[in-house]
Design a protein around this ligand. Structure first.
Ligand SMILES: CC(C)(COP(=O)(O)OP(=O)(O)OC[C@H]1O[C@@H](n2cnc3c(N)ncnc32)[C@H](O)[C@@H]1OP(=O)(O)O)[C@@H](O)C(=O)NCCC(=O)NCCS
Length: 307
């Protein structure tokens, strides 16, 4: 086994080797199991906001190139000071998770910023050992929830009047409602204009999928959806849902989620997904009632105590 990196650029052969590793792990989806933002960084060329390290197996006797068996990457999040660290280990080498993961992440973290969050889905004792060896701190828990689409929502949750987001007009009001709705969840509530613009420039952004609802001419809440049509079957995400606290407790939240899911189902999504903070009991209860079930728990571990 050999360790490589830290590197700010992968050549075409290395990129192909990483892609092959990801395909072996999640057939059919090119960027998985990395987040789509981190994959874009990996695929886009030399970058000081990106650093990678990887392990290859010993050379095979039949002349095949060495296979990448583990990969670590740190990536600065767009328009943000926070970096994200990810680690991927081939299933056949999971017994070496600590042995591979700790040195690879250490190498990749050399190219990282001050605040880095190492994200792990459904951490095993091996992941927690890596976290301990790196001296990382518990930072955040997100639960992934899913349900099949279309949904057969009760009549009282259907028919909410919404309108699509208007680019160039609705940015400020969306940020303000988001800030007010997520006042107690700063990771989400502090979205800046630059971060909003960055999301609006992604290929998945479609203003029709960001539904706003108004009461007396005032935006009372929004449901921003995201369609992954490269998934089979197509996957629809409730990306952000927020109700202005001035309009809370009137049933807008569940009706907005239903409107978002109906939009996604109408665009071909056969499964709905969302991520909810581990301590957001109110939202969690709403999603339980709408038939969502927890499918994964993602935990973030931070390099610094202040996130
Ligand atoms: C979660 C959220 C969308 C729910 O929206 P909502 O329109 O308030 O939803 P509801 O009217 O169904 O109320 C949800 C619960 O909050 C209670 N509630 C919240 N604020 C209230 C208020 N000001 N007055 C009365 N009840 C209130 C309701 O009684 C209800 O409780 P119940 O589930 O026991 O019946 C909204 O609280 C919100 O925007 N939260 C912050 C953003 C967030 O967490 N989004 C989800 C991220 S994954």
């Amino acid at each position: 086994m050999a360790l490589h990196g830290p590197a700010h650029l992968l050549d075409a052969g290395e990129l192909a080797a990483m892609t092959s590793l990801f395909r072996r792990l999640t057939p059919g989806i090119r960027h998985a199991p990395l987040g789509d933002a981190t994959w874009r960084r990996l695929a886009s060329g030399p970058d000081t906001d990106f650093c990678a390290a990887w392990a290859t197996s010993d050379a095979l006797e039949d002349g095949h190139p060495d296979e990448v068996i583990a990969y670590a990457q740190v990536t600065r999040m767009p328009a943000d000071e926070v970096w994200v660290a990810e680690l991927v280990v081939e299933p056949d080498h999971q017994d070496q998770l600590v042995h591979l993961g700790a040195p690879l992440l250490t190498r990749a973290l050399k190219g990282s910023g001050q605040h880095t969050h190492y994200w792990v889905s459904d951490p095993t004792p091996g992941h927690l050992e890596v976290v301990a060896r790196l001296g990382l701190h518990d930072h955040r828990i997100l639960q992934q929830m899913k349900r099949p689409l279309p949904l057969d929502a009760p009549a009282e949750l259907r028919g909410l009047e919404t309108r699509p987001f208007v680019v160039g007009e609705d940015e400020d009001v969306l940020l303000e409602v988001n800030r007010r709705a997520f006042a107690s969840h700063p990771d989400q509530g502090h979205m800046t204009r630059a971060q909003l613009d960055e999301r609006m420039h992604q290929s998945w952004f479609d203003p029709r999928g960001c539904l706003l609802t108004e009461i007396d001419g005032q935006v009372a809440g929004f449901c921003w959806t995201k369609l992954f049509d490269d998934y089979d079957p197509p996957l629809g995400e409730i990306h952000i849902i927020g109700v202005d606290p001035a309009f809370a407790g009137r049933g807008l939240g569940p009706r907005l989620v239903v409107a978002g899911l109906e939009y996604l189902a109408g665009r071909g999504a056969r499964e709905g997904v969302l991520f909810v903070e581990g301590d957001n009991d109110g939202a969690r209860a709403m999603y339980d009632r709408l038939g969502f079930e927890v499918t994964r728990t993602d935990r973030a571990f931070a390099t610094s105590l202040h996130g």
